[in-house]
Design a protein around this ligand. Structure first.
Ligand code: 6PG
Length: 243
């Protein structure tokens, strides 16, 4: 693993309070420097409590926030598996992000490659022709070491000439940002909780296993934000536990 920061927090409230704090810090810095905050959201279960905690946090600069997704299941937006649908239900129905600043990955063309190209065109309209440098990208990690929808042994891992490509979870197509975009970010946070992730966290952070999540090497900062359960197999002194 390239250089990264590691924070380990008690499970539950303390952990998600820290995640909210990171959101606030990154948003304030981005808006101060560039007038807006561009953030790509993770899907799956782990970030749900972060998104819920944000709805309970006053003072989040939603008017200057531009929301994107790091990956998306290839299902309609109202499908229970949709990452956009999850964020809409938990976050967007509560907070006031201008609709013109919310950019879900399209999944309705009936052709994942076409939708991937459409999202890339959307990113170009917003960021220009240079590879987008998101202010913050939230990612999770699967028990197989995947991140976003970059799964082990898939072609998406090799894509360097595109910003958005088609990932494969077995036979299931997904849309995903590619490593060039993930590694152009000013800040990447890998948000990991729970004992079920302890083994992959140890493998990712202490071996050269060549996992997809180990190829994260952003030009900005990379933070692995773990709760105590996810960090349980790391060979660390207890002093590392924050909070
Ligand atoms: C998705 C995510 C995926 C997720 C990991 C961890 O669409 O599911 O983008 O990469 O972050 O699979 O998922 P959990 O948080 O549910 O464990």
């Amino acid at each position: 693993m390239q250089g990264f920061q590691l924070e380990i927090w008690p499970e539950g409230t303390a952990f998600f309070r820290r995640a909210v704090e990171i959101w606030q810090e990154q948003a304030a810095a981005a808006i101060r420097q560039r007038g807006r905050f561009t953030v790509a959201l993770a899907g799956g279960n782990t970030p749900r409590k972060l998104y819920a905690a944000l709805t309970q946090t006053p003072g989040i600069p939603w008017q200057e926030t531009w929301l994107f997704w790091g990956d998306e299941r290839y299902v309609p937006p109202d499908h229970p598996e949709s990452n956009y649908g999850m964020v809409r239900r938990i976050l967007l129905e509560t907070v006031g992000v201008p609709a013109s600043q919310v950019f879900p990955m399209p999944t309705q063309a009936g052709d994942p490659l076409r939708d991937a190209a459409e999202y890339e065109a959307t990113l170009q309209q917003i960021f220009g022709t240079e590879c987008p440098a998101f202010d913050l990208i939230w990612l999770g990690v699967g028990e197989d070491g995947h991140t976003a929808s970059l799964f082990p042994g898939t072609a998406a891992l090799q894509v360097q000439h595109r910003w958005v490509t088609v990932g494969q979870k077995g036979e299931e197509p997904r849309l995903t940002l590619t490593y060039p975009v993930l590694n152009q970010a000013r800040q990447v946070v890998v948000l990991v909780t729970g004992a079920s992730k302890a083994a992959i966290v140890k493998e990712a952070l202490t071996t050269e296993a060549h996992l997809p999540c180990q190829r994260l090497n952003p030009q900005g900062r990379l933070l692995w934000l773990l709760d105590a359960a996810a960090a349980a197999e790391l060979p660390l002194p207890a002093v590392a536990l924050l909070g």
